[in-house]
Design a binder for this molecule. Structure first.
Ligand code: MOS
Length: 750
């Protein structure tokens, strides 16, 4: 048997190149079919009536007028027996549902009251407006600080604690602080951010007999399949979820209510149903990054040795919990013997938090990396040198587990060199209204579950290939990267590879596109499938040519033997003539035992602060990343540039604003919720890949780039702000108004 999981390539000719995306031209021409573009014959459109209040009880719903509106074919509400589906399970050993598909107790603005299916979108919305509802308004809370107070309005019976406090400890922090020469303490706060995926959430549902098909904008077709099958008590084989294109940052990993409502309405009407949310609904109802408050105390010795970290954090989960913790990176990034992290999570009357690009990590970086900056200053060390001194080469949470690789020292030192750190740090800050500063921050990404992927590669007699994999390409360019692996192994030109992916009916099982792991999970399975093809070809050739298989080679569509023997084109193999195709199967091998796998990174930022207007301009950034091997320099750079851009939003503009008077969200639209635009993002975003040549991580040598690309970006900007102004901005985003408060009025930011 051939080894399908060899060491990573020592040399490559296709893998690593910045090859343009195989689906780039179609995407640019607008002919790719996203779920939102999916129109099927005889389709109905769905629209939702949502609770307009932050907290209310539905006393009465009258659908009679709405039912008579033109074009209405069905309305789904709590009155329907089939809609009694438990929703929002709690976490922990004995999960219970906190709500139902339609629940008379509405705990945030936007909770679902009824969904209408009608012949046109306009008729569906007209009917929604004809539904008459009587609400009993309830008192509400919009901040976790208020939610934690005794006597606060209860989002759920039993109080506003969304989970019991979690405590992580190692060593003894009291002893650590006693040994410290310098101890600092500060409270940092980050804001609730919205995913703002370009494609809104939604799907098209269709029944063919008892087979349900959902064309979905999803990161994880197999998770949607599983969740929908469970809720509707159907076998997995009868639920097809297909989502070849579509994008998400964590809010499209598991089923949402629209999946179920679309399926039920399609069954009720016997017609396909298209159900997409509006941008406003997208902002209110399908997820966000929770706001965090993090009190961080840190102790260091004069020589720069970290001795203790103590964090008390609270996360604002919204009305339903989805896990809001921020301590992960603090446990691991730096060597520190004494660490204590206490985390709380509180309900408020607002939409549920959900996984969002590196859940918890950018928040942690905001607190930790600013603290590292402060400590460095207090002991008179350069911030880069200080970090270098404390890089952990052995996983701090699993002390016996070395990392398969850790390129953080190179990220810091080579990044500093490429950025011109020393020079930029020493250059005059300018006097007058505009001051300049540079900052640095590091990060790591720590999510890793056991990997699952099965891949099939079909190699045809003309030397072309079909790659069949379950993984969704959420805009990262994964389909291209995977095709490069096929091209590398089987010498198939990129143009002759067809990639079929993300369809639970026609492709093989794969973990969802989450945790920055798609390439590192499915990539090795693709390579294994190619090696299986190769091995089958060689075995068939050995039998036919009567040559020892070990003496045969497969290259460019031909089998060659020892010197002097003729070359045999694959299509002339008897096996190929009989079968027409060679089918290779690759299964993802487990992670290496006893090792930790982490990507690492360091970001540098240079900014200007206008002390008169409070405006911040990011002049340039550089991101040095150890994500293992770069599979495609173009898609890799895209991820990093996207991450830095999102970091600029985190640092400077993005926040959900809830009105204290009504509890309603004031900026549930692209105009008022400010994601960075071309005017906010500098042209100079430099990408510096650090490849530690990880031989152990998997057969491709790659670790994942999507989330690391965001993690320390905002903290680097905050540190640059401190360098420019001498004032610490502890609250994200650092808006012009908060800058003015900080600098001119001497008030505390916030
Ligand atoms: Mo990501 S938050 O794992 O989609």
């Amino acid at each position: 048997m051939a080894d399908l999981n060899p060491k990573p390539w020592s040399q490559t000719s296709i893998v690593g190149k910045g090859i343009p995306r195989i689906d780039g031209p179609e995407r640019l021409r607008g002919v790719t079919c996203y779920a939102l573009d999916m129109d099927v014959p005889n389709m109905l459109y769905a629209a939702t009536l949502r609770c307009p209040h932050a907290h209310a009880r539905v006393v009465k719903v009258d659908l009679s007028k709405a039912r008579e509106m033109p074009g209405v074919r069905a309305i789904l509400s709590d009155a329907d027996k089939e809609a009694q589906i438990p929703w929002y399970p709690t976490e922990g050993p004995t999960p219970r549902a906190l709500s139902r598909l339609f629940d008379a107790h509405c705990r945030h603005q936007g909770e679902e009251i009824a969904v209408v299916a009608a012949e046109t979108q306009f008729q569906a919305w007209d009917a929604v407006r004809a539904i008459q509802v009587e609400y009993e308004k309830l008192p509400f809370v919009t901040t976790m600080e208020d939610a934690a107070k005794p006597g606060a309005p209860a989002v759920h019976e039993g109080g506003n604690r969304a989970a019991p406090p979690s405590v992580y400890t190692r060593g003894d922090v009291a002893k650590g602080f006693a040994e410290a020469d310098v101890v600092v303490e500060e409270t940092y706060r980050t804001s609730c951010e919205l995913h703002s995926s370009q494609e809104v959430h939604g799907c098209v549902a269709q029944w063919d007999g008892d087979l349900l098909t959902l064309w979905d904008s999803t990161q994880s077709p197999f998770d949607i399949q599983q969740g929908v099958a469970e809720s509707l008590r159907m076998p997995l084989s009868k639920v097809r979820v297909a989502g070849r294109y579509g994008a998400g940052f964590g809010s499209k990993l598991d089923p949402s209510k629209y999946h179920l409502a679309a399926a039920l309405l399609a069954r009720k009407t016997g017609r396909p149903v298209k159900y997409f949310l509006t941008r406003e609904e997208d902002y209110l109802c399908v997820g966000n990054r929770p706001a965090h408050s993090m009190k961080l105390k840190a102790g260091v010795k004069k020589d720069g040795t970290l001795v203790a970290f103590e964090m008390t954090a609270a996360g604002e989960v919204g009305a339903y919990p989805a896990g809001a913790e921020a301590g992960g990176m603090l446990r691991e990034l730096y060597t520190c013997p004494n660490v204590k992290i206490t985390e709380d999570q509180f309900f408020i009357n607002a939409g549920q938090n959900r996984a969002f690009r590196a859940p918890g990590y950018p928040q942690c970086a905001w607190a930790l990396e600013q603290t590292m900056d402060t400590l460095a200053e207090k002991i008179g060390m350069d911030p880069v040198e200080f970090r270098l001194k404390n890089v952990a080469m052995v996983c701090q949470t699993e002390p016996d587990q070395p990392y398969t690789s850790n390129g953080l020292p190179q990220c810091l030192s080579e990044g500093a060199k490429a950025f011109g750190w020393k020079e930029a740090r020493e250059r005059a800050k300018d006097q007058g209204p505009v001051v300049r500063g540079v900052g640095v921050a590091s990060g790591m990404w720590g999510f890793l579950a056991p990997p699952h992927a099965t891949v099939i590669v079909k190699y045809f007699q003309d030397g072309s290939a079909n790659l069949n994999m379950g993984s969704a390409d959420i805009g990262t360019g994964q389909r291209t990267v995977m095709a490069q692996i096929v091209a590398e192994e089987l010498d198939v030109p990129m143009a002759n590879i067809e990639v079929e992916n993300a369809d639970t009916q026609t492709t093989q099982f794969a973990d969802g596109a989450s945790g920055s792991r798609s390439v590192m999970i499915t990539g090795p399975a693709v390579r294994a499938a190619c090696l299986d093809v190769k091995s089958k070809l060689l075995e068939a050739a050995a039998e036919q040519l009567q040559i020892f298989v070990g003496d045969l080679k497969f290259e460019n569509g031909e089998i060659s033997g020892p010197a002097g023997t003729p070359r045999t084109p694959v299509r002339q193999l008897r096996f190929m003539r009989q079968q027409g195709v060679v089918v290779g199967v690759g299964v993802r091998a487990p992670h290496p035992a006893g090792k930790s796998i982490r990507p690492f990174c360091t970001h540098f930022a240079e900014i200007e602060v206008n002390r008169r207007t409070g405006e911040i301009r990011v002049l340039r950034m550089l991101a040095a990343h150890d994500s293992g091997r770069v599979m495609n320099l173009a898609t890799y750079s895209n991820q990093v540039i996207g991450g830095l851009t999102m970091g600029i939003g985190f640092a400077m503009t993005e926040q959900r604003v809830l009105d204290a008077g009504t509890g309603r969200m004031l900026n549930a639209n692209f105009h008022d919720y400010k994601i960075p635009t071309a005017k906010d993002v500098p042209a100079e975003l430099a990408v510096l890949p650090i490849d530690p040549h990880d031989e152990e991580v998997n057969s491709t040598g790659t670790k994942g780039i999507g989330e690391p690309a965001l993690i320390p970006a905002a903290a680097a900007i905050a540190n640059a702000f401190y360098h420019a102004t001498g004032v610490r901005a502890t609250v994200a985003p650092i808006t012009p108004a908060s800058v003015i408060n900080l600098l001119n009025q001497g008030r505390k930011q916030g």
